[in-house]
Ligand binder design. Sequence first.
Ligand SMILES: [Cu+2]
Length: 130
Amino acid sequence: MTLQSGWAKAGSGMTAVFGTVVNPGAKDVTLLGGSSPAAADVQIHSMVKQPDGSMKMTQKQGGLTVPAGGSAELTPGADHIMLVNLHSALVNGGDVSLVLRTADGANVEWTVPVRSFAGAEETYAPEDHR
Ligand SMILES: [Cu+2]
């Protein structure tokens, strides 16, 4: 599993990691969450339309499944990897490493650059955080 064109959004508190997750293997792989030295928790999030029409992110039920021989997009405003409770701010030009846990018990480690990004500010729905 590789993360192509991966990057993390510069920020503090919490931030997201984007890119294209590529699964070269013969079996579907599901990412459930993970850890990072930069944050208290790493979660898989999706954006869900609320009854009032706004979009809020929540933890993605069942994780992110990347099909065998295929890929999954992590993009602002859609599925993303969330770094929750950053220990310190991520600044433009730095990098951050993270380890994702798969449903079959493997760990996948990625290091991505940190970039400033002004668009797609996301609203967190903390009531869905468990
Ligand atoms: Cu999120």
